[in-house]
Every structure is written in structure tokens, then in C-alpha cells.
Design a protein around this ligand. Structure first.
Ligand code: S3P
Length: 204
């Protein structure tokens, strides 16, 4: 008995130490599920499926920004520029921090910002959906609503952006390759990870 409590004490002390290193005084709360990752990795589809399974509300940050602004992402980029769009994303992050029971599907650039990632990790399990540049290109090539890909060589642009964002995406709690999987299977895996994390919250 005494031995068990000594182990428990050690674990608590080590958790405290890690928390202090991270500058955090509370263990993580997993109240929501957040999906980050590049365009075309299936965040919206997987988000819908996972939300239905968990009976959570789905919040799509792009849709929320469009609804608030009364303008499409394309128009926002054209009229206000990318920096203003990123500020809108950060504002949405702050607003969602107190909510519970959400699946948050994010725009591709949102999860490549350390501030946004830290904000999400305070209340959500952060799952990054991953795919190679070639798979992404196949999925998005016939779509025209992505301002960052309106360039002469979109595949090259995807490669560049993906390489720049990869270090941030990798700091997600879970990294899931979606390349050869159906969205339904990805959603099942994501939901499974969510339940696991709720029982045993990951450290920062
Ligand atoms: C962006 C991805 C888009 C949207 C905007 C910028 C990005 O969202 O937020 O066009 O920087 O990668 P999706 O990932 O849902 O396409």
C-alpha cells in the first residue's frame, strides 16, 4: 500500500515538473476534438462523421469566419489580405476556448500557428490529418475556392506550404495519415483516439 502511494507521489511530482517546464499549472482538459491539417486532408468530412458519432456540435472555423464577415474566404483574402484572415482565425480560437462538446474543423493554416495550437491544446485533443502533396493535389485540383492555390504551379505551392507547416502539424497530439484510407475509417480512428485521451489525457 505504502509502495503504491510512493509511486503515485512520484508520478504526481513528475507530472508537476513537466507542467512547470511547460508553464502550465493544470493538467489538460479534453472537452473538445480539434482537427488540423493541410487543405484536402478531409478535415470537414471527417469532422462531420466524428461529430455525428460523438454527438458533438461541428464547428468549421472557415464557415464561422465567412458567416461572421458575410463574405467568402476568397473575398476576404482579396479585400483584407491574408494577415487579416489569420487575425480572424485567432479571434475564433479565443472564442471557442470555453466551449465543450465540439468537433472543431480548422482551416489549413490555422494549425500551423503555435499560438492557435496552444489555445486548442488547452481544451481539445488535437488531431492532425496528413496526406502527401501529391494526394492533396489530386483531391483539390478541381476546386477553385482556395486563394493560396491560385498560382501558376499549385502542386509546387502545396509542397512548399506543406514543408513549412509540417513542424507545426507534427506537434499535434495525434498524427493520422489519410492517404490510403476512407474518411469513415479515419473518423472511427479519430473517435477512438478521443475516447482514449479522455481517459488518459496527454501531457503538453
Ligand atoms: C487555408 C486553408 C483553407 C482556408 C484558407 C487558407 C490555408 O481551409 O482556411 O483558404 O492556409 O491552408 P481548408 O484547409 O479547409 O481548405
Amino acid at each position: 500500500m505504502r509502495r503504491r502511494s510512493a509511486i503515485a507521489q512520484k508520478l504526481r511530482a513528475s507530472h508537476r515538473r513537466i507542467s512547470q517546464v511547460r508553464g502550465v499549472s493544470n493538467p489538460r482538459q479534453i472537452r473538445n476534438l480539434a482537427l488540423i491539417g493541410f487543405m484536402g486532408t478531409g478535415k470537414s468530412t471527417v469532422g462531420h462523421l466524428a461529430a455525428a458519432h460523438l454527438r458533438f456540435e461541428l464547428v468549421d472555423t472557415d464557415q464561422l469566419i465567412e458567416a461572421r464577415a458575410g463574405r467568402s474566404i476568397t473575398t476576404l483574402f482579396a479585400t483584407e489580405g491574408e494577415a487579416a484572415f489569420r487575425a480572424r482565425e485567432r479571434q475564433v480560437m479565443a472564442e471557442l476556448a470555453d466551449r465543450t462538446g465540439l468537433v472543431i474543423s480548422t482551416g489549413g493554416g490555422l494549425g500551423a500557428d503555435p499560438e492557435n495550437l496552444a489555445s486548442l491544446k488547452a481544451h481539445a485533443l488535437v488531431v492532425c490529418l496528413w496526406a502527401s502533396a501529391e494526394v492533396i493535389w489530386e483531391r483539390v485540383r478541381h476546386q477553385s475556392h482556395r486563394p493560396l492555390l491560385q498560382v501558376p504551379d499549385p502542386l509546387e505551392r502545396i509542397r512548399e506550404l506543406l514543408a513549412a507547416r509540417e513542424p507545426f502539424y507534427r506537434t499535434a497530439d495525434v498524427l493520422m495519415n489519410t492517404g490510403l484510407r476512407q474518411s469513415r475509417e479515419v473518423a472511427q480512428q479519430v473517435v477512438h483516439q478521443f475516447f482514449e485521451a479522455r481517459n488518459n489525457p496527454p501531457l503538453w
